[in-house]
Ligand binder design. Sequence first.
Ligand code: PGA
Length: 259
Amino acid sequence: MNYSTDNLTQVNLTLYKNAEEASIYTANTIAALISRKQKEGKHAVLGLATGNTPKRVYQELIRMHNDEGLSFQNVISFNLDEYFPINAGDSQSYTYFMEQNLFAHVDIKSSNIHIPHVDGSSTDISKYCNEYEEKIASYGGLDLQLLGIGRNGHIGFNEPRSSFDSITRLVNLHPVTREDAKSDFGTLENVPQQAISMGINTILQAKKILLLALGQRKSEIINKAIYGAVSIDTPASILQSLPQVEYILDSDAAALIQK
Ligand code: PGA
C-alpha cells in the first residue's frame, strides 16, 4: 500500500513497506503504459534496467502476461547498458539477463529488443553508440525509463563524474560498481573494466522515469541523491528537480530520508 507521498519538496516519492509491494506497483505502472499505448495503436518504448532491483518487477510483468493477457507485441525495448567486452551468451551478460528474466517469457518481438551489445573488437563503437541514440529517437524517444541506482549514485553505468550531457558511449566502470559485480563474475579480475551505457542526457529525455530502490544498502545513496546537492559526483542527483521522475522506495531504502 502506498502510505506516503512527499508533497513538501515537489519530489514525487512513492513509499512502500516492502520490496514486494514496491515491485508490484512498478510493474503495474509499466503494464498500464503498455496497455494504454496498445489501445491507441501505438508502440510503448521502454528503457529497461538490469540488476537485482528489477527482477521482481519483471516476474510480475510475466505473471500479468500469463494470467491477464498483457501483451508485449507493441513494446520496443532499449536496455540501459551492457558490459564490454562480453559474449552475449555469457551468463553475466545483460543480454542473457534480459532473456532469462523477461524476454523469453513474454511475446515481445525479437526485432523490437535493443541492448547496447557490441560483438568483437572490429566494431566502430562510437558509430554503434550514435546509432543506438538514433534508434531511440526514431521511435520518438523513450516513453518510460526504469532505473535502479548504484551505491555510488550511478544510473545505468553513468558513474560519478559523468557529464549530465552524456549520451550512449563506452565508459570505464567505477571500483564500487566492479566490487558489486564481483559476486556475478566470481572474482574481481573477471569483472569487465568497461561497458556501453546510455548517457545521462539519454535517460533525461525519457517522458517518464521510474527510479526503483530497494533495501537498506541503498538508503544512504537515496538520501544523498534526492536531498543532497545536484552534482556530477552523484549522477542520480540530476533527477531530483525533474517533474517526470518518480522515486519508488521500500521502507528500508527510505530509512535515512531526512525531510
Ligand atoms: P542492483 O544494481 O539492482 O543490482 O542493486 C542497481 C544499479 O547498479 O544500478
